[in-house]
Design a protein around this ligand. Structure first.
Ligand code: CDP
Ligand code: CDP
Length: 219
């Protein structure tokens, strides 16, 4: 009987976590779970309902009847596919405020642990190796310089046609999100001592994927 494989991936925005995790999921036949997409989906709902991101009570109320699902690698919020909408800059710029709320995190962590029970999984986020799946068989902390991460995000936004934005703005926004995510009281972004550090600044996606697969296959 093969033992269950659980891979935890953490790191800051634009480091390459989701791109790399998806490829590893394909090669090793794991289920990929994007926890950032879950926080983004809730943030989208908060924005669409016109709720102030500081209004914790209202956020917890709407969370009660919110469903977030992954079906065939697409994200569904209350039954509606929201892959594109959750990547919009307005969501990106509010997600960290909502993600630092203790009760929000508690519910998300419960959902994420349940999602990891049935399959072999690779899960990415900020607190996967430290809080959500501390017993993961393999942990990786994927990072890159903040300038490189901002360049990557800027390029993506230009490709999506979001033209009213500059590289400098993206750099400021990423730094702000890094700061909120790594200094919050609950489950801050930090490298688990037992995680392998992968710096993607000067590496291609394939180089990163191969480096990680080698570590996993070495056992
Ligand atoms: O894709 P990107 O790196 O920009 O961010 P993401 O992984 O989609 O995560 C969006 C935001 O959700 C992060 O900046 C965190 O504020 C929050 N998040 C979190 O708090 N914990 C997680 N496990 C995943 C995301
Ligand atoms: O999930 P996370 O926010 O950590 O990053 P991502 O969305 O997977 O990657 C951000 C961008 O960096 C994507 O456009 C990737 O194609 C790119 N990337 C890269 O150019 N070189 C790498 N070694 C890793 C990612």
């Amino acid at each position: 009987v093969n033992k269950k494989i659980i891979v935890a991936v953490d790191g800051p925005a634009g480091a390459g976590k989701s791109t790399i995790s998806k490829k590893i999921a394909e090669v090793l036949k794991l289920e990929y779970i994007d926890t950032g997409a879950m926080y983004r989906a809730l943030t989208l709902k908060v924005i669409n309902k016109g709720i102030n991101p500081n209004d914790v009570k209202s956020i917890l109320e709407i969370m009660e009847d919110t469903t977030i699902e992954f079906i065939n690698n697409h994200v569904y919020l209350d039954g509606i596919k929201v892959d594109e909408e959750i990547r919009k800059n307005i969501v990106t710029n509010h997600v960290s405020e909502i993600s630092k709320i203790a009760e929000v995190r508690k519910k998300m962590v419960d959902m994420q642990r349940k999602l990891s029970e049935s399959n072999n999984v690779i899960m990415d986020g900020r607190d996967i190796g430290t809080v959500v799946l501390p017993h993961a068989n393999y942990k990786f902390f994927i990072t890159a310089s903040v300038e490189e991460r901002a360049r990557r995000r800027y390029k993506e936004l230009l490709e999506k046609g979001e033209k009213d934005i500059t590289y400098d703005q993206i750099l400021i926004e990423i730094k702000k999100r890094d700061e909120i995510d790594s200094t919050r009281e609950i489950a801050p972004l930090k490298k688990s001592p037992d995680a392998h550090l992968i710096d993607t600044t000067n590496k291609t996606i394939d180089e990163c994927v191969n480096e990680i697969i080698e570590i996993i296959e070495r056992g």
